[in-house]
Design a protein around this ligand. Structure first.
Ligand code: PLP
Length: 388
């Protein structure tokens, strides 16, 4: 008996949820209905649009408070945040960094910016994130512990960091992942770019790692146009993060001097102003997105061949991007479905091409990635904006 999958059944379910008065439905559109105009205008009125201004400090304070960490350092984008997190976690040239193959390319790129090599790990269906038990089993065979860290037996390289990513806003089992990192003496850095507003066991994602990265790109749950942040509970690391991302300039009334090769990664004040206003709106966005997810879950309950992905156990998800999962038997129908949705103006997207398939990463080390490969074939994202 085959699964009775019909694209029309999916379309009908989506139509029953989505607003009737919208011609086209984007995957995720920003919403500016709070103090965005006011704060941005304020920057223009005062003339402080660039590298100094009060909104940068304010946004950093509010973000740290919201995520329950000691410090936040805002930067130009999430990729830059990841780059600095990895550097400050001690990742050096020729180290390896464990990351999921099922992620956005920025996670892998940031590893390479440090001169290091991504080492791809598998995910689990329950969270769409790293499978801690499978990783533990793999590391117990593939690595050896030496005085100065965990080494990949096959490549001879040190494995310095592990970067779980909270996929589409759904928290990974971060406590289990953190235990694996600890067991092997590997630093934990979270890619929380998609999970602002998501909690695992009541604790905000991005507050579990030594350092974590957020993104405020235009498609994320809140946006600063482009932007990102580094979160940490370590005040010294936060100071260093600020220093490194602001060209490592030594503070002085007039002299220009620098004590390291720094980066010009600072977030301009005008973007931080937008961020302050968006952060005020976040609780409202979360409520709207949860309500949309509940309506989707309801509408897809009886659709054959496909299921709506609900937040994992022990987690409160921000439902950044809603997820449909095709049954294995009908995975080959995916592109027909995407085409049918595109034809009626509903944006839907397949999962990312897995990192280990991209030309620049094909020769990187990896474990068995069978679950990630199944996800790549069967995951579809559907419209998720807070305006729906
Ligand atoms: C968006 C995103 C990033 C990078 O953020 P940018 O601000 O676009 O540089 C990193 N990792 C993941 C998983 C993301 O979704």
């Amino acid at each position: 008996m085959g699964v009775n999958f019909k694209a029309t059944a999916v379309i009908n379910a989506m139509r029953s949820v989505l607003p009737k008065d919208k011609k086209t439905m984007a995957l995720h559109e920003p919403v500016f209905s709070g103090n965005e105009w006011k704060y941005v205008k304020d920057c223009l009125d005062i003339g402080w649009v660039s590298s100094v201004g009060e909104y940068v400090d304010l946004f950093e304070r509010k973000l740290a408070e919201y995520a329950g960490v000691k410090k936040a350092v805002v930067v130009v984008n999430g990729t830059a945040a990841l780059h600095i997190c990895l550097k400050l976690a001690g990742v050096q040239t020729n180290d390896e960094v464990l990351i999921p193959s099922f992620t956005f390319v920025a996670t892998a790129n940031a590893v390479v910016y440090c001169g290091a090599v991504p080492h791809f790990v598998d995910c689990e269906w329950s969270t769409l994130g790293i499978d801690a038990a499978k990783l533990d089993e793999y590391l117990s065979i593939a690595t050896e512990l030496r005085d100065d860290g965990c080494y990949n037996k096959a490549t001879g390289r040190r494995i310095k960091a592990l970067v779980p990513m909270h996929t589409y806003g759904h928290p990974v089992e971060i406590d289990a992942v953190a235990l694996v990192a600890k067991k092997y003496g590997i630093e934990l850095v979270e890619d929380a770019a998609e999970s602002l507003g998501s909690y695992y066991k009541g604790q905000h994602t991005g507050s579990w790692g030594k350092l974590s990265a957020l993104s405020f790109n235009g498609n994320k749950i809140i946006t600063t146009g482009g932007g990102g942040a580094i979160l940490t509970d370590d005040e010294d690391l936060a100071k260093l993060a600020k220093h490194l991302t602001t060209t490592a300039k030594i503070p002085h009334q007039w002299a220009f001097s620098h004590d390291m090769v720094g980066y010009n990664y600072r977030m301009p004040n005008i973007n931080a102003a937008l961020g302050c206003a968006q952060l005020e709106e976040l609780p409202g966005f979360l409520a709207k997105k949860r309500s949309l997810a509940l309506r989707y879950a309801d509408a897809f309950r009886d659709v054959e061949g496909i299921r709506f992905f609900n937040e994992p156990d022990n987690a409160s998800s921000n439902y950044w991007l809603n997820v449909l999962i095709l049954d294995e038997a009908v995975a080959h129908e995916r592109d027909t479905l995407l085409k049918s949705l595109a034809d009626i103006g509903i944006a839907a997207r397949p999962a990312w091409t897995l990192m280990h398939r991209l030309d620049m990463f094909v020769s990187c080390p990896r474990m068995d990635l069978s679950v990630a490969e199944a996800m790549e074939a069967r995951v579809v994202n559907i419209p998720s904006g807070a305006d729906l």
